[in-house]
Design a protein around this ligand. Structure first.
Ligand code: T5A
Length: 208
């Protein structure tokens, strides 16, 4: 088992290209450690957290989710995932590769919804300074990302928000990345082959 297992997270707006980035990083980790990482997604990644995922993704016109409840649900799902999957995996020496984590709540609920004080309090209480070793933030203008997501099929509850919501979310992702050395920003509006080259370069040190 790897003594110094790492927690690596891929972040970005909808359509940023997280799925193919995850496939690439998974392969790189496998080559480096000789073992597949434990892959998680947020919200989700445990049976209970997957049920919460449905609550936040599917719109209910009879009982629309208010912003505070949305925020609490993301943290309930995250607490369950961190305590029952991520921390135990790291403790056993398994690398963990996450499709989104806390940075999404800071950006979407903190920046997009304007709930930063609540998000910061919940983050402190539930995570207590636990954070990824490396976060790769795939930066894409919302128009580009949403077009890609729409080309794939129907948009979910959050994807149907106004463009200004995604502009605020992106601005928060970038502002938080600027003040945290563990967050690497990749220009995800480039062709996929270039995005992948940049991801490999940004992980060179950690996978050396
Ligand atoms: N959320 C989540 C919060 O609000 N707060 C939180 O705390 C958390 C954890 C989760 C939703 O919940 C929100 C954010 C989300 O709205 P999700 O399904 O996990 O939903 O996340 P999405 O972002 O909606 O997932 P997507 O599948 O839309 O995004 P991806 O994975 O980044 O997109 P991907 O890789 O499937 O790419 C989309 C399309 O674009 C193409 C791909 O081939 C694909 O067809 N593409 C490119 N085309 C050209 N050039 C490139 N460079 C391309 N990269 C990708």
């Amino acid at each position: 088992m790897e003594q110094n297992a790492k927690f690596i997270v891929i972040e970005g707006l909808e359509g940023a290209g997280k799925s193919s980035a995850i496939a690439l990083v998974k392969e790189l980790i496998e080559k480096h450690t000789g073992q597949a990482p434990v892959c998680t997604r947020e919200p989700g990644g445990t049976p209970l957290a997957e049920r919460i995922r449905d609550l936040v993704k599917i719109a209910d016109s009879q009982d629309p989710l208010c912003d505070t409840a949305e925020c609490l649900l993301f943290y309930a799902a995250r607490a369950q995932l961190v305590e029952t999957v991520i921390k135990p995996a790291l403790a056993e020496g398994h690398w963990v590769l996450g499709d989104r984590h806390n940075l999404s709540s800071l950006a979407y609920q903190g920046g997009g919804r304007g709930l930063m004080p609540l998000v910061q309090s919940l983050s402190d209480i539930t995570l207590n300074s636990f954070k990824p070793d490396i976060t790769i933030y795939l930066d894409v203008p919302p128009q580009v990302g949403l077009q890609r997501a729409a080309a794939r099929g129907e948009l979910d509850r959050i994807e149907q928000q106004a463009l200004a919501f995604f502009d605020r979310t992106r601005a928060t992702f970038l502002a938080l990345a600027a003040e945290d050395d563990s967050i690497m920003v990749i220009d995800a509006s480039q062709p996929m082959s270039e995005v992948h080259k940049d991801i490999q370069a940004s992980l060179r040190a950690v996978l050396a």
